[in-house]
Each structure stands twice: as C-alpha cells, then as structure tokens.
Design a protein. Structure first.
Ligand code: ARG
Length: 572
C-alpha cells in the first residue's frame, strides 16, 4: 500500500484513541489529503498539520501535535515527532524497504493486480475505424487508449469485451459502389486497395459537381446494399475485407486485438425494435418530417432517429448497439473511446437510453480524448495531409533501427528490437499526456533515448536486465533491507509502493497516462539510484539487496509497459 495512505489510516486510528468520541474529526481519506511531504527532509518524510484539528478539538495545534505523537504507537512503520503544530513522520526505512520488496518479489509481474473486477464485464468500444478509409494517425489515440484500458481492467480481474464498432454503413458507400461501376475495375482495386477506393470516392465528388444526377445514382446504389441486392452487397463486403486486411497489419504491429467487429451494419436488423420501443414509450416526435427524441429538458438539440425518408442514423445505430451490448454481455460499464468532438452525440444517446428507462445508461461512459497533430501541423482528410499509421510505424521502426545501429552495433536481434522500440516510442507519445489534451507528435521527442520517452523506459528496463544477468542468482529471501535505507533507494521504493494504487486510479479515471507517468518516474528514480550506488558491491549482502531492488524495478517497468501497450526488450 502507498505509505501516505497507510499513515493516514493509522493516524485516523490514533485520533480516535487519543480523542475518543469527538465529533467533526477528519477520516482517513481526508487525512491522506492533508499529509504533505516537507520541503526539508530533516523535517521528516511526511508531515501532518494539526491546525485542521484545532476547531473540533478546541485546542492549540501545538498541544494537539504533542498529544498525538505521544499516542502514536506505530514506530515500526514510522516515528512521529511534534514540531510547531506539525506531526513529522520519519519512515522506518528498513521495514518499509523489506515490505515493499517482498510484496513485489512474491507477486512478480502480478504485483498490483487484483480481483476487484471478478464477475464484472467491461465493454470497450475503441479504434472503430471506417471502411474504405486508410487507417491514419487520427485513429491512433482511440486504438491505444482502448487497448491500454482493456489491459488495465483485465489486470484488475474484469472480464473485458473489446469491440471495433466498424463504420461500415452510410450513403457514402453507395457513392463508392457507383464510382466503382463507372470508373473502377476489380484488378486495380485489388492492387491499389483502400487507396484506390479513396481515389474512386474523390472522383465521384468531382464528377457529381458537374453532373448532380450522380448523387441520385449513388443513393440508388446505397438502397441496393440496404435491400440486400447480392451484387451490391458482395462488392461492398469485398471493400470491407480489403479495409480490414489493410488495418490488420497495423493492429498486428501495435499488438492490438478485438473480441468483436460488430460495426454499424451489424445493427441493420436490430433497429426496428429500437424505433418501436421509442414509439411505445412515446418518446418520438416528428420534426420537419424526421423522427427525433426531444431533449430540450436537458438543454440539448433533439436526437435524430429517422430521416424524412425513414433511413436510420448514426445515433439510431448506437442506441441499438448499447442495448445489444447490455443484453449480450450484461456489462458493468460500457466505455466509448472516441474523440471529444463526439461529446454531444454520446450525451444525446445516453440521455435517450435513460429516457427509455434503462438505468444502466449511467454506466455508459464517453472516454474522450484530444486531437493529434504531427510536427506542429494539424491534419485533415479534407486538406489531404493525413499521416497514414502504417507509414508512421514503419518510419518509427527505421529511425529506431538507425539509432540502435549507432548505439549498440553488436546487438543480436536488431530488427526485432528496432520494431519494439520504434513502436514503443509512438505508443508512449500517444499515452504520455492527460488524454483530453491535444498531442503534437514530434520525432525528436518520441525517439529521445534520454528524455521522457518510450525508448528511455525500455532502455532502463534493459539496464535492469543487464544488471541481473551480471549478478546471476541472488537469494531474495535473505534480503538485508538495511542496505536500502539510502535516499535514492527509498525514493524508488516509494514510487514502486504506489504503483498498485496508480493502476486503480488509472482505471477509475480511464487515464492510461497515469501509468505512463508512474513508470517514467520509476525509470528516472532507478537511474538515479544506479548512478549513486554500486549495485554489485563488495559486500554480498548489500549487492543482494540492490539486485533485488533492481529485479523489482524490472518487473514493475515491464508490467507497466505491458499495461500501456509497449513491449519490453531485454537487451538494447
Ligand atoms: N467510426 C467512428 C469514427 O471514426 C467512431 C465510432 C465510435 N463508436 C461508436 N459506437 N459510435 O468517428
């Protein structure tokens, strides 16, 4: 357990013992918030200001501090000294080191895992790419945040369902079919793949400007898909296959997997029911010919359910999807990892579900994230400056390869390591900030082996592996924790002891970046420890202790990287 939490709990207990039956005393959680780390280490590892207790106890803080310190019975955890109205805590460093290390070494890579999710299911809707479009950098965040959250929840014992809610429905596909019939052929689509489909789609729009009747033709083709016309459907399914084949390469590189590819078209036969239910519950109103659910009471524009011509919409499909997911998976929570631009859409959908009487709508969450730009440039499909994800990843691997060639010319499996490092650099960048913040992807930052970067963490992990190789086997049980009371070891241990709490916080806030932060801090603390101390010391007991700490660091870094979706090479 995190030491501050532990001390806060013991302090709550002490408060009750020293001042029984007093009203208005803060509980452990509030005490945790009041504990601080003094700027001067001579004043202890943590300090508690007793001023907050002056009112409920009607006493002078200086007296409170001294009475509390007298009543403090946990010297095995920390000693407490009263100083000017503060309780200053000095950790029992040796015990703390022993406990923390034992916790990690006994659980190994499972350190920080849990079973609080047992029996609960989390649905995650992420990546959710669009058919016949190249997989570009704009879909990186949804893919990596979703992937990371899935791993985090699994680590906490949840059952997870990863869903790629494919964008495989809409009038644009009618246009594409129309263009294919007019200007395309099987061979060039087979060869050009999604790029050729894009070319056809662009051509359609150019031609339609000159000849507006094309729009009608496009609509007719879409109707043919909707009616299940075999020719139209076969061609469309072929487009879909092409896209999925294209994206499978990227998912492979990123190590991302899904349990379901049920996309928008999957709900074709599941929407009548939604519409009927909305009617029965008297939620549908007609507005300019369209059927909508009025949301004025929640100060939102109406949610569009059916167009004038009876066609369903994105929201209709999301309503059907949410109901389907609840009925199929009985989810405890359903997360939608989608850009913040769709904020209104999800608020509308969730609110319609609530109006339909589904109380589980409150357990649907839009996990929003910011935009990504590339080397300072905003990207837009319309302006034609998109960055194709596959190209980006390949470039990252190449650049990593060049750096490795220079730094470690004798490394054996350079290609494999370059792949892990290059992709790790991209993943780290994507998950290094609060998810709602916009990201600017820059090569020099992503691949800076000395800065806060993926390669830096991987390098530190490889350093730990190398130390362990040199050390050979050590006996972790005969651990002399007294050798780990120095400031550097203690800072590292403190960060390690906080890791389990961080994982939970990341899960609760849907914020993988908290894990990125934690392993970055741990890597930095380890390197500081490594530079200040000789890990392999003349004294075998000291060596054994430092090697054990190295091993614990290695495991936490490795697992942390796994949780955000990075690989951990053992040599770099
Ligand atoms: N395909 C959509 C897009 O690229 C995202 C779909 C998100 N999921 C959902 N259930 N609406 O913008």
């Amino acid at each position: 357990m995190d030491m501050m939490t532990r001390i806060a709990e013991l302090l709550a207990e002490t408060l009750e013992q020293v001042f029984p039956q007093t009203e208005g005393l803060p509980g452990a959680e509030e005490l945790r918030g009041l504990l601080a780390v003094p700027p001067d280490p001579a004043l202890g590892d943590y300090a508690f200001p007793c001023f907050r207790l002056a009112k409920p106890l009607r006493k002078d803080p200086v007296r409170i501090a001294s009475e509390l310190c007298d009543g403090w019975k946990h010297a095995d955890v920390a000693s407490a000294e009263p100083v000017k109205g503060y309780m200053n805590f000095f950790l029992q460093r040796e015990n703390f080191a022993r406990e923390t290390l034992q916790a990690v070494l006994s659980q190994g890579l499972k350190y920080g895992s849990g079973d609080e999710g047992t029996g609960k299911t989390i649905c995650l809707d992420y990546s959710s790419i669009n058919i016949a479009k190249r997989f570009h950098i704009g879909h990186l965040s949804t893919t990596m945040i979703g992937n990371s959250l899935k791993r985090i929840y699994e680590f906490l014992g949840y059952h997870t369902v990863g869903i790629n809610h494919l964008g495989d429905w809409g009038t644009q596909f009618g246009k594409m079919l129309c263009a294919y019939q007019k200007w395309g052929d099987r061979e060039s689509v087979e060869k050009g793949g999604v790029d050729e489909l894009t070319r056809l789609y662009v051509k359609f729009h150019e031609e339609a400007e000159k000849d507006p009747s094309l729009e009608d033709e496009g609509r007719k083709w879409f109707k043919r898909i909707e009616d299940g016309d075999p020719e139209a459907l076969d061609t469309f399914n072929w487009f879909k296959e092409l896209t999925l084949k294209d994206t499978a390469k990227v998912y492979d590189l990123l190590g991302v997997r899904f349990d379901s590819y049920a996309g928008e078209s999957f709900y074709n036969d599941k929407m009548d029911r939604v519409v009927n239910e909305l009617k029965e519950k008297q939620l549908l109103t007609i507005s300019e010919g369209a059927s909508v659910v009025d949301l004025e009471d929640e100060k939102m524009p109406p949610c569009l359910i059916l167009k004038k011509d009876g066609a369903t919409l994105y929201a209709t499909r999301d309503l059907a999807a949410a109901i389907y997911r609840q009925e199929t998976y009985h989810f405890d929570r359903c997360l939608y990892v989608v850009a913040y631009q769709q904020d209104l859409h999800f608020r509308q959908v969730f609110s319609v579900l609530r109006k339909m009487g589904y109380d589980w709508a409150d357990r649907c969450v839009h996990v929003a994230f910011g935009m990504i730009s590339f080397e300072g440039e905003t990207l837009s499909t319309r302006k034609g400056n998109v960055v194709i994800l596959e190209d980006l990843l390949k470039q990252a691997v190449e650049k990593a390869r060049a750096i490795i060639e220079e730094k470690s010319p004798n490394l054996e499996n350079k290609d494999e390591v370059a792949k892990q490092v290059g992709i790790g650099a991209v993943v780290y960048t994507d998950l290094s900030n609060n998810r709602i913040k916009d990201i600017d992807f820059r090569w020099d930052r992503a691949l800076n082996f000395d800065g806060e970067s993926g390669p830096y963490i991987q390098y530190t992990h490889a350093r730990c592996c190398s130390v362990l190789r040199k050390a050979g086997a050590t006996d972790a049980h005969a651990l002399d924790a007294g050798a780990l009371t120095d400031d550097e070891a203690q800072s590292l241990l403190r960060l390690i002891s906080r890791f389990p709490d961080t994982i939970r916080e990341a899960a609760n806030k849907y914020e993988p970046s908290m894990i990125t932060r934690a392993i970055t801090d741990i890597a930095q603390a380890y390197n500081k420890f490594y530079y200040e101390h000789r890990i392999l010391d003349d004294d075998p007991a000291v060596s054994a202790a430092r090697v054990s700490l190295t091993d614990a660091t290695r495991m936490v870094l490795k697992q942390g990287m796994y949780l955000i979706g990075m690989e951990a090479p053992e040599r770099m």
